[in-house]
Write a protein that binds this ligand. Structure first.
Ligand code: NCD
Length: 338
């Protein structure tokens, strides 16, 4: 695809070569994200960060990624602080705000809303999650992480991947986008583990089967995580249920802890989660006793999110080849956090 000036709305817009390009640029961003060098390539550029749903990682990592490229971030958080609360349409908001920014990252509770906004925007829009539909940058950072974790275990390709997705597969937009992304790879075997009521939407399962993936659906976790490279857990998306009581029926259904991991998983199975993990008593999707497990990749995912989002900005704003030119040394103490 042509990245320059494009919106990033859905995984469906990418081909495999595009994914490889994004990951190549993400690798190029490591010295900047890891504070070994700074670049000012986006000096003067403005990111409009518009999040109309709760978000920590996605919002802050889009913002950090932009800052790390030298640009500035202008935030709109929540409906109550925007004119949408006065009845303004997405069309009008998009026309107005795209006059104030060079690129926009956006999250909104309604499926299709970010695409509708993008259609009226005068600058590129990146989807940070539209309802239960899609979350493309999360899928990209997840796949980037999968690739790095496999490399760490001596495998050099995503082809042949065995992965289990666990939890709320009906409303979880991260797994919807990840499934679509996996259709670009060969010999992938996937286990979809969820309560019957929260199964992966049929059209996505169909899309995977048509693309040649081996898809297994189950409501029991233990057997399904026995032969996978990746166990990817998700939160019950309680905000999408009619009531808290209904969501509570499913919370705590699939708990992964060290004892279960040791008993059922292969020794090198990598544990992932888009976060936030629900750590309240009764949920505990990923128990804290996994925190010292070297195969728990959840914080490597969040670090990788910055690299992938830097890559998207650099590609969409067409500065990939200028990043190093406008760079300099770092002068402060950077510690050893990476
Ligand atoms: C996810 C989201 O918002 O879709 N989180 C994220 O962006 N990292 C998953 C979730 O909220 O459970």
């Amino acid at each position: 695809m042509q990245f320059t000036g494009s919106h990033i709305i859905s995984i469906g817009q990418f081909e495999r070569a595009d994914i490889e390009r994004i990951f190549e640029v993400a690798d190029q961003m490591v010295p900047y994200a890891h504070r070994r060098r700074v670049t000012k390539v986006l000096d003067g550029a403005i990111l409009g960060s518009m999040f109309f749903e709760p978000s920590t990682r996605t919002r802050v990592s889009f913002g950090s990624a932009f800052n790390l490229l030298g640009g500035e971030v202008r935030e709109t958080i929540g409906f109550e602080s925007s004119a949408i609360a006065k009845g303004e349409s997405l069309y009008d908001t998009a026309r107005v705000l795209s006059g104030y920014s060079d690129v926009i990252s956006m999250r909104h509770p309604q499926e299709g809303s970010v695409a509708e906004f993008a259609a009226a925007s005068r600058v590129p829009v990146i989807n940070g999650g539209d309802g239960s539909n899609e979350h493309p940058s999360q899928a990209l950072l997840d796949l980037y992480t999968i690739k790095k974790e496999l490399q760490h275990h001596g495998r050099d390709d995503v082809d042949g991947l065995r992965i289990a997705l666990i939890g709320d597969l009906k409303y979880g937009r991260t797994v919807h986008s990840l499934c679509k992304l996996l259709t670009l790879f060969k010999d992938v075997t996937i286990w979809l583990i969820s309560p019957k009521e929260l199964r992966m939407p049929g059209d996505i399962v169909e899309q995977m089967r048509t693309a040649g993936l081996t898809v297994n659906e189950s409501d029991s976790m233990e057997d399904s995580i026995a032969h996978v490279d990746i166990a990817y857990s998700t939160r019950i998306q309680e905000e999408r249920f009619a009531s808290q009581e209904e969501a509570n029926l499913y919370r705590g259904r699939y708990r992964l802890n060290q004892a279960i991991y040791t008993r059922f998983c292969e020794p090198n199975t990598v544990i992932m989660h888009p976060l936030p993990r629900d750590s309240r008593a009764g949920a505990n999707e990923l128990d804290n006793d996994l925190n010292d497990n070297p195969n728990l990749a959840i914080f490597r995912q969040t670090d990788n999110g910055v690299l992938v989002r830097m890559a998207l900005f650099a590609l969409v704003l067409d500065v990939v080849d200028l990043v190093d030119k406008y760079s300099s040394d770092v002068h402060w103490y950077t510690g050893s956090r990476f």
